[in-house]
Design a protein around this ligand. Sequence first.
Ligand SMILES: Cc1cc2nc3c(=O)[nH]c(=O)nc-3n(C[C@H](O)[C@H](O)[C@H](O)COP(=O)(O)OP(=O)(O)OC[C@H]3O[C@@H](n4cnc5c(N)ncnc54)[C@H](O)[C@@H]3O)c2cc1C
Length: 448
Amino acid sequence: MPQTLPAHVDTLIIGAGLAGLSTALHKGSGADAAIVEALPHVGGKACTERIGEFLFDVTGHWLHLRDPGIKALVLGLMGEDAFHRVDRISRIWSHGVYTEYPFQANTHGLPPAVVHECLMGAIEAARARPTGPVAPEQEPENFADWIRFYFGDGIARHFMVPYNARLWGVPATEITSHWCQRFVPKPDLSDIVAGGVGLNALKLGYNAHFLYPRRGGIQTVSEALADAVGRDRIHLSTRVTALDLTARRATLADGRVIGFRHLVNTMSLKALLRVVADLPDDVRAAGERLRATPVTYFNVGVRGTLGVRDHWVYVPEADWPMYRVGSFSNAVPTMAPPGHASLYIELADRETPPEALKPRVVEGLIAMGFIERAEQVLFMEARHIPDAYVIYDFHYHESRAAVHRWLASQGAQSIGRYGDWNYSSMEDALIDGRRAAESSGVRREPGA
Ligand SMILES: Cc1cc2nc3c(=O)[nH]c(=O)nc-3n(C[C@H](O)[C@H](O)[C@H](O)COP(=O)(O)OP(=O)(O)OC[C@H]3O[C@@H](n4cnc5c(N)ncnc54)[C@H](O)[C@@H]3O)c2cc1C
């Protein structure tokens, strides 16, 4: 409630996404901390929308918990039974056939000439690489070269280069490989060859299993965290419009002012720089060099069951406007009403208005076997994420570091996927919050 917002807090947290909620939670219930959130709900990107009886996250939001403390926190708050443990089902659809994920270790099933090109390319790349473990400085920085270095020309041409250009919205030559060390599986040559002849049974990648709430979508995780923080400390529909880091004051959209000692920001770094007073020119220039790519996607309700069981499918070919098709209800049926299914469809075509892409997307769904007839599509609603993916271009490290250095000099922390400005997961956002709580005051265990 607006009237409960204090005039001064020890720690002001901007944003009630997972990073902001985790910061408040890890500071402990005794801390003098408040969260201000622009939207009327908690969760940030980890939120769930209802359309009729269907539930949709902001595209696939699958939970990977590796950090023991964060895992204990989330499972402790919600109970293990609240989650379904899902074994990933994910494939690539290209040349009119499905192959297993990841492409580089599973080319079997593609036309023989394509498999041959992929395997020969991988063999040549392995021959050209230095023997023994590759030191980071031996890796090409340019992502397109990095792909060829590890996988060869065939895998680059048939999947890695076009798919990544469609996902990132920029050619692979414009980005560095720094984002991908954790996310792109690097099978060895023997596994690539085994995958070409249909022998690979490896479940590669960071996302071979994931957790997902049995009911209510990913929003339930955000709500559980918000309950643990205490709703009275979270001020919704409260947007920060100006920040004076010297006077330690934040001005809100309705004109109210709140003073603070510590600041933990989770709104996007670029947005933060737009509201900060007295920004030095070099910091402003560094901020302007930070780039992100937007994503438009469709939330789709379907009558009947889907003909494909996958949780998501990658689409690398330019013939189709989408780069990925996923299904919430294939992971957890409660995301759609009985007798129905739900899809999210992420669009690679960022130029054409989404409405004009619908007929071709539906053709794609039929060609891929998700649905049999266009009439099964009950609705298809477009949603837009303005800065979905931070672009790791050749200015990225230097510009981001310059901004963070200056913020640190002003006693401000900026964390989370967008506050820190990186490509990271929900768990990372929770870890960021824990770290911020540790460094911006005395840390207490949640609930202590
Ligand atoms: C398309 C997509 C798919 C993803 N899929 C997955 C996945 O499968 N698994 C996974 O682990 N992660 C996934 N992620 C990443 C995950 O969404 C993020 O890592 C995480 O939710 C980020 O949380 P955050 O708190 O850092 O940022 P956010 O969720 O963006 O929270 C920032 C908050 O700040 C608020 N805010 C902004 N400006 C202001 C202001 N001026 N005043 C007050 N408040 C403000 C915002 O409203 C928002 O609530 C995905 C992300 C995207 C975009």
